[in-house]
Design a protein around this ligand. Structure first.
Ligand SMILES: Cc1cc2nc3c(=O)[nH]c(=O)nc-3n(C[C@H](O)[C@H](O)[C@H](O)COP(=O)(O)OP(=O)(O)OC[C@H]3O[C@@H](n4cnc5c(N)ncnc54)[C@H](O)[C@@H]3O)c2cc1C
Length: 386
């Protein structure tokens, strides 16, 4: 039974990977009175539960590579720390490049990755053909791969953090919708829900694609918008090589990875309009599947097992908004990852817990991710958005 407490030291809005990781890390650092509110019947059913589960070091900005360098090792030791297996798989992430322009950009990016200690390798089309002979490599000029990239199971990560947080005394409640945030004299004083009010000095906005709506409740403009992305999962594909990697045809944002006995595939619609619609766009699915069969002809014989759509939470520079919101004392935000937030959930929950409890994130300087970068014109640009 849900019994809403009257007060909490910290209220987290949203029970995806960001909210649950933040709850766990706050509780781990000794904050006992943590309350997480999720409006759906279960945790992790929105962006996190609908994501492709990809985790990678291959990013184009230093800050994103550094987030991966902190976050992926947390996933590597997740089971030991949280007693929850998460099906971490090192399949590699193979980017297929089909234009000279992207090759030139990836040259700079891979140099930066090497400088930071990420062992991304360049592959010729012949090397790619030897590694993944089932791909049609027409038009592919080169590729990059990082053997440490791969997959983890998003639902298991959410469950692990949720159970870990509860064991440490945090309260996580579902089917509670936050409808307003109370601010008095520029300071958070509470939240209002469909089941009553809670007094609190600290609110974490971890509402994913709904970050902007929750920001508005506190009178703050958070520039994050929802964008539909969709996925198809095939039935069994017995001829799929067991070492088939996470493959991304970069220019078309077309990707595949092994899923169960089949394959998961997605392709981003460049003309998708901003909005909360999560129904599957069958016209786009058709375009997607045609492109997928072209690149991986054996897909033609595969049956369709499942399909769904979910929402990216997109920020203007494809980087998260992380940390305090200066206009309102006690308000914090984590979101806007623009398609790659699952993998950075572990470290961002820790960084936010440090920001709240220690006054400043300790594990990494996150000042370049503060919301005021937009006002100050100091935005970043992530090129490797899928
Ligand atoms: C199709 C797809 C594929 C993706 N693939 C990858 C990938 O391969 N790798 C990767 O790293 N990332 C991927 N992502 C991105 C990743 O899923 C997100 O960046 C990440 O899950 C965001 O987590 P979150 O906790 O911020 O959001 P969510 O998981 O959406 O959680 C936010 C929660 O807030 C709740 N909420 C909102 N408003 C309220 C309110 N008023 N009151 C109470 N609760 C509220 C929502 O119900 C929701 O459960 C993908 C996303 C999609 C859609």
């Amino acid at each position: 039974m849900n019994t809403l407490p009257a007060t909490a030291d910290v209220v987290i809005i949203g029970g995806g990977v960001m909210g649950t990781s933040t709850a766990y890390h706050l509780a781990l650092k000794g904050c006992k009175d943590v309350l997480l509110l999720e409006r759906e019947p279960f945790l992790g059913t929105q962006a996190t539960g609908r994501c492709a589960g990809g985790i990678r070091y291959q990013f184009s900005t230093e800050i994103n590579v550094r987030l991966s360098q902190l976050s992926l090792p947390m996933l590597d030791r997740f089971e030991e720390e949280l007693e929850q297996p998460i099906d971490r798989r090192r399949l590699g992430y193979l980017f297929l490049l089909t234009t000279q322009e992207s090759i030139a950009n990836f040259r700079k990016i891979v140099d930066m990755q090497h400088r930071l200690g990420v062992a991304t390798e360049w592959l010729t089309p012949e090397e790619i053909a030897r590694r993944v002979p089932v791909l049609n490599l027409e038009g592919v000029l080169a590729g990059t791969n990082n053997a440490d990239d791969g997959l983890a199971d998003p639902n298991s990560v959410v469950q692990g953090y949720a159970s870990g947080a509860r064991r440490l005394g945090a309260k996580l409640m579902t089917e509670v919708s936050v409808t307003d945030i109370q601010v008095t004299g520029g300071q958070i004083t509470g939240v209002v829900t469909d089941q009553g009010a809670i007094a609190t000095p600290v609110v974490v906005n971890a509402a994913g694609p709904w970050l902007g709506q929750v920001g508005e409740m506190a009178g703050v403009d958070i520039p994050v918008v929802p964008l539909r992305r969709q996925i198809v999962v095939t039935g069994p594909m017995p001829d799929l090589p067991p070492d088939f990697p996470f493959v991304i045809e970069f220019e078309r944002s077309l990707y595949f990875h092994p899923e169960g006995e089949g394959l998961l595939t997605g392709m981003s619609n460049p003309n998708e309009e901003i909005g909360f619609d999560q129904s599957v766009d069958r016209d786009w699915e058709w375009v997607h599947l045609e492109a997928a069969v072209e690149r991986l002809p054996m897909l033609e014989d595969a049956g369709l097992a499942n399909r769904w759509a979910g929402l990216y939470e997109v920020s203007p520079d494809a980087h998260p908004i992380l940390g305090r919101i200066p206009q309102v004392k006690g308000l914090y935000c984590v979101g806007g990852f623009s398609g790659h937030g699952f993998m950075h959930g572990p470290i961002c929950g820790l960084l936010l817990a440090e920001e709240i409890l220690d006054g400043r994130a300790q594990a990494l300087d996150i000042s370049s991710l503060y919301i005021d970068r937009f006002e100050q014109g100091q935005t970043l640009t992530e090129y490797n958005v899928v």
